[in-house]
Design a protein around this ligand. Sequence first.
Ligand code: BG6
Length: 478
Amino acid sequence: SLQEDTIIVVLGASGDLAKKKTYPALFNLHRLQLLPKNTSIVGYARTKMDEPTFHGKISEHLKNVDSGEGKKAKEDFLKLCTYVPGAYDQDDAFAKLNKEMEKIESGAKNPNRVFYMALPPNVFTVVAAGLKKNCYLEKGNNRIIIEKPFGKDLESSREMMGKLKDLWKEEETFRIDHYLGKEMVKNLLVMRFGNPIIDAGLNNKLVDNVQITFKEPFGTEGRGGYFDEFGIIRDIQQNHLSQVLSLISMERPKSFSAEHIRDEKVKVLKTVPAIEAKDVLLGQYAAHGDKPGYKDDDTVPKDSNCPTFAALTLFVNNERWKGVPFILKAGKALDEAKVEIRIQYKDIEGGLFEDAQRNELVIRIQPNEAVYIKLNAKTPGLHMGTLPADLDLTYKERFEDARIPEAYEALILDALNGDHSNFVRDDELDVSWKIFTPILHAIDEGKIKPESYPYGSRGPENLNDFIAKYGFKRSNEG
Ligand code: BG6
């Protein structure tokens, strides 16, 4: 791990990701005294601005800093944060950044540099090259943190990863999928492998179907131009939901080392065939009430076929899971904010209980983190009947005072500690793109069209029929 004398460079420091996620995460780590001793944080971006302006920008999203200890923590934090303006494609600009870092490092015995790329994808490789050439420590640790989009399909991902690999070694590279930093996603390994009672039931003998759902109540407001090039499947399913799928379906790793965990994730994803057109339902949101439709955004082409909603069914073709549909649903501009895994078990055999419902194990990733199991209980009283009841582990009730960290805090800390467990390995990325690329190409070619759904609804009208086709029984949901 990085003990002391660490410089964290935030590239794209004036952008949205940096402002909303990176700096607030760094601030919280600072506040918890988890940053290495003698940490400096250097912001780098093209915009010219003085330090007070920059400090104003990165303060915008810091929480609980108006008075007392919080205010003091913010002031201390801002003392660590400097800003260097510069281009993304010029050696002399990076050389200047390097000079600044050398100044900060003067006297340091074992300097470390961590480059956090909060950048648009079109400059990833040029910046990675500029940094390697001009800012790489010959003596000391160098790390680079990057975040999706990692290409648009298997080929472009391989091309991009190939270029980065020529510059940065795998052990220096930290590919973020921020879902892997979420508390409830990290909890999956514990829930499964720390609880035989749960893991023993996760197989095709007991499970009927699995749904992994991502719902957001807002549209692509303001980022339509970006989104239209990618669509919901590249934005959510190919990365976030497929990570969740691999964690819920993988076999027990030999140990919790980064390589053992990722070996198992890759192994299970390799059994998943490419998604077929018959297993896909697409949607695009339309105006409703005072809410705009996807195509009302000026940056979106009027004839766009880009899906803002998708339900895709995947199959894990191994002994444990063969025949169990995994439905990955994701959508923008829906009726609520919710991310959850819902494992629905088979009907009770023998018709013994007429009113009994199916068991379900639900892991709610956000909001209001929870794990609950839907059971049938005897109706209280003298009469023999069944009632649905929950065994409920809601985090904020069970662990009242616990603070659930932000995903980016957990991930930045891991990267500082050199722990790759919660980062995406190169082969993991490759195998996931293999599953999604054919269907993405078919959609890009207009072979599958999205159905329209109203802003604020549950999604396309055919959604209920679609999930019913894979065995899901709705009477259970609630
Ligand atoms: C990002 C997507 O990766 O994840 C966004 O690009 C999405 O479109 C976001 O809104 C959701 O993240 P979270 O942490 O709010 O669930």
